[in-house]
Design a protein around this ligand. Structure first.
Ligand SMILES: NC(=O)c1ccc[n+]([C@@H]2O[C@H](COP(=O)([O-])OP(=O)(O)OC[C@H]3O[C@@H](n4cnc5c(N)ncnc54)[C@H](O)[C@@H]3O)[C@@H](O)[C@H]2O)c1
Length: 282
């Protein structure tokens, strides 16, 4: 199948290279900041499936997350894909409601939302070894086509969760925020363990052995600091808290986790990542 990738970063490359492991899949790439031989229009024209893998940075005032780059790309894709069988798939992490707004604005395009769960340190391998694939689709037919695409590379027994686009968007945020929350609770138990004279490593291993709890309790984390590192957890927490504020939904538990996080986290690594942290445009 012919596959277009818009945005050749961690997610775009893992998706392109991963789907390209089946030689029947041909990959066409467009990236604004890298030398791409093709234009975005050419990539969309050549492809049956177009994956949007561009950044969704948090605002540098911590008020939320910017969807501007995805929106800009969506307009361009719609111009070429409208009225065809092509499927435009949002793979970037986007706020619940964005893909539905595309369905409304550009009804002649087949839209889908397919969140990505890979980790940056192990992007290509994580993509190929995913535990499940989540597909949000504007119709049953579109969802089935994307499932068939993934079946060209994934084992037959991989579970697929096919749902509407907004539910797929929310699945990504809930996953990341649940994992991030576990990290913070683990940090608190780590400091408590020191006070009561317990061996935190023994405690952690025994707690992680419960499949209902699982991983992410190591303290300090893989980057040697407490709290979660990298770009995704902080921006996905800020993104969902911004949305909850706007919709007047009480997420004070998550908000308390964010406040505690800022208190204990020394290394704000995400503030130095251009694609994850951007000044808000007025
Ligand atoms: N990195 C992760 O671990 C991870 C995991 C899951 C989901 N995500 C999400 O996936 C999305 C992409 O993340 P990433 O880590 O791959 O980002 P990245 O910064 O590594 O890559 C994004 C790429 O998009 C390109 N780009 C920017 N604007 C563009 C435009 N207008 N047109 C074409 N290309 C453009 C950039 O040049 C860059 O190469 C984000 O929404 C992120 O939250 C990331």
């Amino acid at each position: 199948m012919n596959i277009g990738i818009i945005g050749w970063g961690f997610v775009g490359q893992a998706t392109g290279k991963g789907l390209g492991t089946n030689k029947k899949n041909k990959i066409f790439v467009y990236d604004k900041q890298r030398t791409s031989p093709l234009t975005l229009e050419e990539v969309v024209k050549a492809s049956e499936f177009i994956f949007i893998c561009v950044p969704t940075p948090m605002h540098s005032d911590y008020s939320g997350m910017s969807m501007a780059i995805v929106e800009e790309v969506a307009v361009q894709i719609a111009k070429v894909a409208g009225g065809t069988d092509k499927i435009a798939i949002v793979k970037s992490t986007v706020l619940p409601g964005l893909t539905q707004s595309f369905i409304k604005k550009y009804p002649k395009v087949n839209w889908a939302m397919n969140p990505e769960f890979l980790t940056q340190n192990n992007a290509n391998k994580d993509f190929l070894n995913t535990a499940r694939t989540v597909i949000g689709a504007s119709s049953k037919e579109v969802g089935e086509k994307i499932k068939k695409l993934y079946q060209t590379i994934y084992p037959k027994n991989l579970p697929y969760y096919i749902m509407d686009v907004t539910s797929a968007e929310l699945t990504k945020y809930m996953s990341n925020n649940m994992l991030a929350a576990k990290v913070l609770i683990a940090d608190e138990f780590y400091f408590l363990a020191k006070k009561v004279g317990a061996n935190y490593e023994d405690v952690r291993k025994a707690v992680e052995a419960d499949p209902r709890i699982g991983t992410h309790l190591r303290v300090p984390g893989p980057d040697g600091d407490v709290g979660f590192g990298g770009a995704c957890f902080p921006k996905d927490m800020i993104g969902i808290l911004g949305l909850a504020r706007k919709l007047k939904v009480d997420m004070s538990a998550l908000s308390a986790i964010w406040q505690k996080y800022l208190k204990i986290r020394k290394n704000r690594d995400w503030e130095h990542m251009a694609s994850a942290f951007r000044e808000k445009k007025k």
